[in-house]
Structure formats: C-alpha cells, structure tokens
Write a protein that binds this ligand. Structure first.
Ligand SMILES: C[S@@+](CC[C@H](N)C(=O)[O-])C[C@H]1O[C@@H](n2cnc3c(N)ncnc32)[C@H](O)[C@@H]1O
Length: 277
C-alpha cells in the first residue's frame, strides 16, 4: 500500500521509480511499498538465498574506486554525475573531496525525489550542485546555465554515467545521447559507465536470467536493457578504455586484499572507465 503521508509534494507513490527501487536495493529508507514490490519480484527470479543488495553494492563500490582513481591518479577536480540517484553512503563529492577538498560535483537526475533529498542533504555546500534534467535531452544538460556556471568546460571533467544508460531504451538513442555529452568534454576528461550486461551464448544461464530481468524491468519500470559487451563498449566511442577494460564490476581495479566472489548477478553488471585523448 502507498504511504502518501511520507511523500514529498509532486512524488507519485503509486508508480515505482528507478531511483527509489535502487534505494531499496541499497537498503535505504527513501522508498515506498510499490518500489519494494519490484525488488521482491526481482528476488523471485534469483536463486534462493540471493542477497538483493549485491549488484547495487558492487556498483557503489565500483563508483567509489573509479572516483578515487579519477581524483587521485587522473587529477580530475570536477564531476558531472548523471542519473546520480538518491543520496546514499559514499556520495561522489564525499569520495572526491576526501582526496581533493576542492573537488566539485554537479548531480543531475530527472526524478524530483532526488532533488528534494539531495538539497536537504547538501544544503549550501559550495562544492556541490543539484540539477533536475533528463539525459534524453543532452543539449539541456550541456547548455544548462547552472551546470555551465559550476563546471569549467575547458578543464577535464569526470563524466559519470553509472547505472543510467540501461534505463534508456534503444529507440531513445543512448549512443547518440552519450556522444553528445562526450563531444562537449575537453581532452583529459574521463567517462565512467556501469551497465547491465547480457553475456549471450557464452553464458546461457546468465543470458536467460538477463532476459527475464529485462522483461520484468520493462514491465514495472518502463526501461531496463541488458545490452551486449559490444553495445556497451560502443558508448565509449573513440575514448581510450583504461585497463582492465569493461569488466564485471568487482574486477575493475579491486582494492588490495579485496576478495572477489561470484554471485548470481556477477556477470550481468559491468563497468569501465575511458579517457579522452
Ligand atoms: C540505478 S540509479 C543509479 C544511481 C547512481 N548513478 C549509482 O550508480 O549509484 C539510476 C538513476 O538514474 C536516474 N534516471 C533514469 N532515467 C533518467 C533520465 N532519463 N535522465 C536523468 N536521470 C535518469 C534515476 O532517477 C535514478 O536515480
């Protein structure tokens, strides 16, 4: 049942939202019954004992490692985080500012609940900005005056597109959207992508699970694509993919001593980082 008393104005609690479903996967509290129901349906597709948080937690750990890499090794001091999601532990600005206190982050999401919660959390933090915009209109992002005020497009940018492109349907042209954004970035910029993957014939059981998840996400959330390795790699265009390439999330430069364990969605969620020139 919906919980209308807890919903901020303008938030529809009768229809699941990607941001709130993801929040529940991460063990957050900013979600409603309708969102939790989607996670329960996903759990039914998985083997018994599956921990629904695994994929989302792998993704947040990947985010932390990549942002740390961009800040410490690549000298990036400004980030655009598109499809940023609800604030959670280890937000981009927290990770980046740990290494570089002057790092600035603009959070972009099209779900109004993200704006409500992010503004409440970030207040007047001068190192962050929160913008409501839809990535399906990349011109709106590239030309947004608030973003242009905040980001110096002559200096390298960390462009973060984690767990968002798989929520863009094929007919909405995710490749064209990504190209419009990457073309606007100066040399030395880095692109981080994480994306649901269908491993295809090489892993038939995983491919079958990917197909079933895709049907469920489309049915409940209107979008959710488990694309092929080749399709996801193409989003990086002619930017140079850093080692180890596009890999299952835990395999992207694990922290020293980190134990990597395969789990039911291990091969279904991949990520990579690329550099422009
Ligand atoms: C699964 S969450 C990922 C959050 C964060 N990037 C991460 O990886 O932890 C996807 C986010 O993308 C946002 N999103 C989905 N479609 C979008 C669109 N067309 N434009 C902007 N944001 C979108 C959702 O609202 C949600 O907050």
């Amino acid at each position: 049942m919906a919980e209308p008393n807890r919903a901020p104005a303008g938030i529809n609690t009768n229809v699941p939202s990607v941001a709130r479903v993801y929040d529940y996967f991460l063990g957050g509290k900013d979600n409603f019954a309708v969102d939790r129901e989607v996670v329960e349906q996903v759990a039914k597709l998985m083997p018994a004992g599956w921990n629904p948080g695994t994929g989302a937690q792998d993704n947040r750990a990947f985010l932390r490692r990549t942002v740390r890499h961009l800040t410490r090794e690549a000298g990036i001091r400004q980030f655009i985080d598109i499809g940023s999601g609800l604030p959670t532990q280890g937000n981009v600005h927290e990770v980046a500012q740990e290494a570089a206190p002057s790092a600035r982050v603009v959070y972009v999401d099209n779900d109004p609940i993200v704006l409500v919660h992010a503004r409440a959390l970030l207040g007047r933090d001068p190192g962050t900005a929160v913008i409501t915009a839809d990535v399906r209109d990349p011109d709106e992002i590239v030309g947004n005056p608030a973003i242009r005020d905040f980001i110096d497009f002559k200096q390298p940018v960390g462009l973060l597109m984690l767990a968002i492109l798989h929520h863009i349907n094929d007919h909405e042209n995710p490749g064209g959207i990504t190209r419009r954004l990457t073309d606007a970035m100066p040399d030395g910029s880095h692109l981080v992508i994480s994306h649901f993957r269908n491993p295809g014939a090489a892993r038939p059981d995983d491919a079958d699970l990917a197909d079933r998840c895709e049907r469920l996400f489309n049915d409940r959330l209107g979008a959710g694509r488990w694309r092929t390795q080749q399709e996801i790699t193409a989003y990086f265009g002619d930017w140079k993919l850093l080692d180890p390439g596009l890999v299952p999330l835990p395999e992207w430069r694990p922290d020293p001593g980190e134990r990597i364990e395969e789990h039911p969605v291990y091969h279904l969620f991949v990520g990579g980082v690329a550099r422009k020139n």
